[in-house]
Every structure is written in C-alpha cells, then in structure tokens.
Design a protein around this ligand. Structure first.
Ligand SMILES: *Cc1c(COP(=O)(O)O)cnc(C)c1O
Length: 375
C-alpha cells in the first residue's frame, strides 16, 4: 500500500533528543527551542518566532494578541481546517466565511471588501497547499480599513510570495509542525510576529500570562502574573526532533518539489485531454510541494477514482468539508456573499500521496493508475 502520508524523518532526531535529555532540561524554552525560533526568524525575517504546542495554539495566541471580543467579526475562507475558525470563536468572535478562488483554493481577495462591516477586526488568509494568497491586495485592504492580518500558514513553511516568506507577511503568522506537515515535531507549531507591537505580549501570553521571559533576560528581578495567558510552549524534546528536520529543510523541500513536478508532468496529458485539472501556482508564488491535488469532474467521479486507486494499493483522500456547512460553522459563523466555488470545488478535489521519501517509481505508478482509470 502506498500511504497518503508518512511523517518526515531526517536522520538526526534521536541524537538531538538524547542531547536534550542529557542537558537535564526538557521543559519549554530549552536550547533546541531557542535554535528552532532562531532558524525560523532567520529564514522568514519575522521579527519574532516562538515555537508553540500546535498551529491551533498559535492561532489561539493570535486571537488573544488581537484582543478579539464577543461580537467581533473575523473574515476567512470556509474551505479551511476547523482551528482557523475555532481560535477566534473561543474569544467570542463571529466568523464571516467568504468564497475561494477556484485556481488556488485560497480566499478570493476580491470578495473581502464587501464582507467588511464596522465589527470586522481581522482578515485570516489561509495559504492552501503552501501556495500564497494574494497578499498585496489583502494587506492593502486591511490597511485601508484598519484591520489586522493573521496568516494561517500551517501548510506554508518554506513557501514564498514575491520573495517574502509565508507567515511573515501579515501582522501575525501561524505554522504547523504536525506530523502531516512538511516538517514535524509530532504535534507543534510556531507563532510568527511581524508587527512589533505584539512582540512582548506574545512572550507573556505563551508563558501563562507571566513576565517569565523578561525575568530570564534579567529585565525584572522576579516574575509574576501580568496578563491573560496559557501554556503554549512545547517540551524541548519535541523541539530537538524538529531541529533535525529544519536543518534538512532544503533537502526535504527539494525532494518534495521534484515529486510534485513529476506528478504534474505525468498528468499533463490528462489535463490537456480535459479529463482532470491540475493545481495552479501563480507566478509570484514559490510553493513548498505541501500537497499534490487533482480535481475531477464531480464528487461521484472522485469517489470512483478513490476506489480504483485503493484497489491498486494507493491511498488518496479528499479534504475539508466547508466550515459554513458544518454544525458548528452554522452556529458560530455565516457565509457572506455567494458560494460559487467553495462547495463545488471542495467536492472535486482529491489529494494524492505526498511525503518526504515518496519515490519517483511510486509517483509514476500512481499516475499510471489514474491514466488507467480514464482509459
Ligand atoms: C494543519 C492545519 C492547522 C492545524 O495545525 P495543528 O498544528 O495540527 O494545530 C491549521 N490550519 C491549517 C490550514 C492546517 O492545515
């Protein structure tokens, strides 16, 4: 069976975890956590990066930093993971879902402005499949209306938009290092702060609402409860695991991209024959091959292809059920504007196996089975 996902393993994870244990300090903010934070800051040019226990928690930190309150509105695509919405719902916000663009499956930047009201607090672009949203337009709209931009860059580590790293373009960005993502620590993530005004408070919120970070830096002589907060910092054991992968980031990224490109070239003939659609990468985007998806004619054909692939030992999976049509989505949010693409495109999309270690022969085999289906 060719799995849909195999968690990445770079090679030095065990060695680094042993180092963390030998250091006698495996709680949060140990040596490996600091190394990971620094790596992200240098790679992305974010003013500050802090590892978190998940991307879900990074998004929750963002909602706390923005002081989201009961009655605030937050604009995001409906085609996303539940955490994008939940983080703001937990603070009492109402979620305003807008439609996506069919080419990238990202929020349609042309629909943002008409969804803004006096209650709107933030725009949350989700970079689906590690392909950037149209950030210049989004930033321009946000600036004109005095709104914050929180990037859900869970899938966007190592991706760029016009030469800038995803996650470091808006006020706050959120990464995931879950084992289904390109780089993993099992469960984990990072919050990236690009708007300086959130920098100090990010340390406090992540450290249970205390000024412990200032205490460690010697800026205060005892630490105390100063704000709202929670425990959003991971164990240094997890950070050690992640560091082994970040060091190998270019190698992992290159390997994923070459498999992505192979899928693309193998399936181009089917696309040219009008049998399926392939992903679009806009010219200003450099992606990270987080995902390879195809789009079929409709949901029924997708189901038939899933079964055909399964019968041939290949796991393929669809993705998000649009949040606005879910039980909680109806309770905590609403779709503003017309659902032209969200539901329709989500029903046609099928994700193919993609992970570090996937072999060229396997990609060719999978592509061959898809061709066979259409013959
Ligand atoms: C994976 C993912 C998340 C959640 O990440 P965790 O680290 O598992 O909390 C949030 N948003 C998107 C778009 C994701 O793909």
């Amino acid at each position: 069976m060719i799995q849909f996902n195999v968690p990445p393993y770079a090679g030095k994870e065990m060695e680094y975890m042993k180092k963390a244990i030998d250091s006698g300090k495996i709680c949060g903010d140990g040596g490996f956590t600091k190394q990971c934070n620094k790596w992200i800051e240098e790679k992305t040019s974010a003013k500050k990066a802090l590892l978190t226990t998940s991307c879900t928690h990074a998004l929750e930190m963002a909602a706390l930093l923005l002081d989201i309150k009961e009655g605030d509105e937050v604009i995001m695509p409906s085609y996303t993971f539940v955490s994008t919405a939940n983080a703001f719902v937990l603070r009492g916000a109402r979620i305003i879902f807008i439609d996506i663009r069919p080419d990238t499956m990202n929020m349609d930047e042309k629909l943002i402005e008409q969804a803004i009201t006096e209650k709107t607090k933030a725009i949350v672009p989700v970079h689906y499949a590690g392909v950037a949203c149209e950030m210049d337009t989004i930033l321009e709209i946000a600036a004109r209306h005095g709104l914050y931009v929180v990037e859900d860059a869970a899938q966007g580590v190592m991706s760029e938009y016009k030469g800038r790293s995803l996650g470091a373009i808006g006020d706050i960005g959120c990464y995931s290092f879950h084992e289904t993502k390109n780089y993993s620590m099992g469960e984990g993530g990072a919050v990236l702060i690009s708007n300086e005004k959130f920098s100090e408070r990010a340390d406090i919120i992540r450290e249970k609402g205390t000024n412990r970070s200032r205490f460690i830096r010697g800026q205060v002589d005892k630490y105390t409860w100063v704000d709202k907060g929670s425990s959003f910092l991971p164990s240094d054991l997890n950070a050690a695991y992640l560091m082994a992968q970040l060091e190998a980031a270019d190698k992992i990224n290159d390997a994923r991209l070459s498999m992505w490109n192979l899928y693309y070239s193998e399936l181009e003939a089917l696309r040219d024959a009008g049998l399926l659609e392939l992903p679009t990468i806009p010219a200003e985007c450099k992606h990270n091959a987080h995902m390879f998806y195809i789009k079929l004619k409709d949901e029924a054909e997708r189901q038939r292809l899933i079964e055909h692939l399964k019968a041939n030992g290949v796991a393929s999976v669809f993705h998000y059920i649009p949040l606005h049509s879910s039980e909680a989505g109806m309770l905590y949010g609403e779709f503003r504007g017309e659902d032209r693409y969200t539901t329709k495109e989500s029903e046609r999309l099928l994700r193919l196996p993609m992970y570090y270690g996937l072999k060229a022969e396997e990609v060719s085999y999978i592509a061959g089975k898809i061709k066979e289906y259409f013959m």
